[in-house]
Write a protein that binds this ligand. Sequence first.
Ligand SMILES: [Zn+2]
Length: 106
Amino acid sequence: MQVKHLKKGDLVKVIAGKEKGKTGKVLTVLKDNNRVVIEKLNMIKRHQKANAMGKGGIVEKEGPIHASNVSILCGKCNKETRIGIKIFEDGKRVRICKKCSEILDV
Ligand SMILES: [Zn+2]
């Protein structure tokens, strides 16, 4: 998957790495380093400094995953798919599922 084809809110499946086989929603697209942050996946622990209340400790946060390790999931055919581009007469472009032609942009 190329990062330029991914958008916030896309449902994706991880196809390589330690989260292989898991699915989740794209929270952030990091175009500059070709990565995406996926909800509840690739959780990394971070130490947080104690605040004025004296509370600190370890917080978990999603870490970015390389876009080449994810595949988009089509909500209609429920499969990993490739993205096609459909161009309407008025010049509007939308992303479609190459397997079932469902429009992926909402
Ligand atoms: Zn489909």
